[in-house]
Design a protein around this ligand. Structure first.
Ligand code: SF4
Ligand code: SF4
Length: 310
């Protein structure tokens, strides 16, 4: 257990801590997924990461029906739950009325209702990482803070990475780069590896598909490489049909990052729609409905031509 962190350490709103991961940095790692993102990428496969607050998710297939149960209906004081007009008499959540209090989730016997996210202290996360630290050390792994956007909860991310660093645990972040430079600079002091998304060099298109322009993201990447030349950067591009899937799109990104001396690797990630069901569970629309992943051969050709191995 760490004795260093004082009681004033920031709390983070986190939606998952995945242990023993092997794809988010070297070795075996704990990945901490914080909630909240300034972007709203249409293809996001973790919609539960987008809002910074704790929210209710509902899996209709698990509901045993109001005739058999109805406990959520009884306990909701916000009148946010209605009976569906289907044979099984499952429920519907009125998101305009729901307070995300979680009372219904506490009484739901079938786990159809769940709160996404919880507040957790830096100490709890560090203690959990320390439990597995022997595996991490042997494998060259450590901790990766992901999201959402870790820099949106900059205080928590800073405290967490600083403490891990003090304990000799290797640290990484996965960031969109859309953050105040002051926060980027503070956090970078305790980061050993950065995964940095560059989605498009076309700012108008970037705005249309992610909700924000790209200038700040590009500027922060250049500033990190100049101010922290010792931190290796892995740039990643999710390749999205209809957004950035052409050779011109990818080539322009490769040209931009070619000036970065600390670039360790460039990865292309293929679009998938695995997160679609989660949009329904959160009562949101999936804006990529019906869009198919890229042809496998075409994507592999892009990878062969433009990715830069580590
Ligand atoms: S989270 Fe609270 S307000 Fe929302 S449906 Fe459940 S009990 Fe009602
Ligand atoms: S408490 Fe759960 S199982 Fe019971 S009616 Fe509500 S959602 Fe369905």
């Amino acid at each position: 257990m760490s004795n260093f962190i004082n009681n004033k350490s920031a709390l983070g709103c986190v939606f998952n801590i995945q242990k023993f991961c092997i794809h988010d940095g070297p070795g075996i790692r704990d990945v901490v997924f914080v909630k909240g993102c300034p972007l709203s990428c249409r293809w996001c496969c973790n919609p539960e990461s987008q809002n910074i607050f704790i929210e209710l998710a509902y899996k209709e297939g698990k509901c045993i029906g109001v005739g058999e149960c109805g406990r959520c209906l009884e306990i909701c004081s916000a009148d946010a739950i209605k009976i569906s007009e289907n044979e099984k008499q499952t429920i519907e959540i009125d998101r305009r009325l729901c307070l995300n209090c979680g009372n219904c989730a506490k009484v739901c016997p079938s786990a159809a209702l769940n709160l996404m996210g919880k507040f957790i202290s830096v100490r709890e996360v560090v203690d959990s990482v320390c439990e597995s630290n022997i595996f991490y050390r042997r494998s060259g792994g450590g901790i990766t803070v992901s999201g959402g956007e870790p820099l949106l909860q900059a205080e928590f991310t800073y405290d967490l990475l600083k403490e891990c660093h003090r304990l000799g645990i290797s640290t990484a972040i996965e960031t969109s780069g859309y953050a105040l430079w002051g926060d980027v600079e503070r956090v970078c002091k305790y980061v050993d590896l950065i995964f940095y998304d560059i989605k498009s060099l076309n700012s108008n298109k970037h705005s249309a598909f992610t909700g924000v322009p790209n200038e700040l993201i590009l500027e922060n990447l250049l500033r990190i490489s100049k101010s922290f030349p010792e931190i290796p950067i892995i740039v990643r591009t999710p390749v999205i049909p209809g957004f950035n899937h052409t050779e011109d799109d990818i080539r322009s990104i490769v040209e931009f990052i070619s000036s970065i001396n600390s670039l360790k690797q460039y990865e292309l990630l293929n679009y998938h729609n695995f997160g679609e069901a989660k949009y329904r569970q959160l009562g949101r629309e999936y804006l990529m409905a019906g869009i198919k992943p890229l042809d496998k051969e075409y994507f592999e050709e892009l990878q062969n031509r433009y990715s830069i191995p580590g």
